[in-house]
Structure formats: C-alpha cells, structure tokens
Design a protein around this ligand. Structure first.
Ligand code: DC
Length: 221
C-alpha cells in the first residue's frame, strides 16, 4: 500500500494536484476538507453556530458522516444522504474552518480518515495529514503559495461559477482562514518535519504536477 500526504493552506492547489497524482498512481484521492465541510454543513443545517463547541460536539452524537468512492470520485454522505456540491458553497468554507478547530470534531473525523488508509492506498490532502492523520505516510508534501496568488485562484474559480464575491473580500477571508487554521491549538496547519516543501506561486498546474511527480518518484524510487 502507498500513502501520500499532501498538506497546505487553501488555494495552494492541493486538490487538483492530489487528484492528478492519484490518477497517475491509479489509487483513490481523499479530500479530507470535504469531511470538515460536511460537519460544517450539518451545523448550518441545524442552525448551530460553528464556534459553539458544546453544541457542535453534542451534534456529533446524532450525525453520520461518510465518504465513499464511486467510480474513483469521492462522494460525501450526511446521515445517509448524498451532499453533492452543496458543501462547496462559499459560506460553508468558514463553517468548515470554525468546526475544524473543535477537538471533538477532529477526533470524530480522525478514525474515518484512518479507516480509509487502513483499507487502501490513497493520496490524502488536508492540513494535518502528514503530522497527525498519517504520520507514517510514504511521501509527505507541504504545498504552499502566497495568499495573493491563492485568493486570485479562488476568485477566478468563483467568477466562473457566476459568484461575484470581490477579490478584496476573498483575500481578506483567505488570510483570516490561514490565521484560524494555523493558530488553532489542536492539529494546526504546519509542515511535518519530514515533508517536502513545494511553493506553487509561480507555477502552472502542469509544472506543479511534474514537480510533485518528481518528489514522489524520488521518495518511492
Ligand atoms: O480544504 P478545504 O478548504 O476544503 O477545508 C475546509 C476547512 O477544513 C479548512 O478551513 C480547514 C479544515 N481542514 C482541517 O482542519 N484539516 C484537514 N485535514 C482538512 C481541512
């Protein structure tokens, strides 16, 4: 089995690179952010404030969050119902970030992630994969890019979907999420000591994929 951990802030290109890498290796790709998004979605659906630790922790006793691979594509299920793209809504990003700082949420999702890794080879991306979830991963990569580049990528993506959120707002939110994700006391976003750092600020997707493949080849031989 092969386990590859890709961590980094939002917009660094983790998901497209992890997806491309998994396809090349013929293994599944698990987007762990989708798990946190599902918990954030559940909180919003129930009218629970995502920073209300007690209410969110209590909610966990009565929700089921599952990830399944269907034709190689990850599908999220909340209480047995498929969520589709609903978890991708802009508003869910801040819900996900807030609930992800709650220790009970992290403990709740840790086993889900490790279960998948026990069953199969996988490329996982997130914030704490190399540090907490898969500390023995075969390859660890920490992807980064400047906040401005990441906000611009997100802005372009939203524009294509017809979402008119201004760039300045996205940049401010990007910085706010970076702060929230890296300053939280539990499993903060940080590079594992044995991770390879890759800055994608000036790279095209193709260049980043090539760089990542070179790292994986070097590590796996
Ligand atoms: O990657 P993303 O933007 O979809 O992730 C949503 C939120 O979930 C993000 O703000 C941080 C959190 N997250 C986390 O804390 N740990 C992970 N392994 C993945 C995501």
């Amino acid at each position: 089995m092969i386990h590859i951990a890709i961590d980094g802030p939002s917009g660094a290109g983790k998901s497209s690179l992890a997806k491309g890498l998994a396809a090349r290796l013929g293994i599944n790709y698990l987007d762990t952010g989708a798990l946190y998004r599902t918990v954030g979605y559940a909180a919003r659906e129930r009218g629970i404030r995502p920073d209300d630790r007690k209410a969110v922790a209590d909610m966990l006793g009565s929700v089921s969050v599952e990830a399944a691979f269907e034709n190689g594509k990850q599908m999220m299920y909340l209480d047995g119902k498929p969520l589709g793209d609903a978890i991708r809504q802009h508003e869910i990003s801040s819900y996900a970030s807030a609930v992800s700082a709650i220790p009970e949420v992290r403990a709740f999702l840790l086993e889900t992630q490790r279960d998948i890794a026990r069953r199969e080879s996988v490329v996982m991306d997130g914030r704490d994969i190399g540090t907490v979830v898969l500390p023995k991963a075969d390859v660890k990569i920490f992807l980064t890019a400047s906040a401005e580049v990441r906000a611009k990528r997100r802005f372009d993506e939203l524009q294509q979907k017809g979402d008119k959120t201004p760039y300045a707002q996205i940049l401010a939110e990007t910085k706010q999420r970076d702060k929230q994700d890296s300053e939280r006391t539990i499993a903060p976003l940080k590079q594992a000591a044995d991770a390879v750092l890759l800055d994608t600020s000036d790279d095209t997707v193709k260049q980043s994929v090539d760089a990542i493949l070179a790292i994986v080849r070097r590590k796996l031989g």
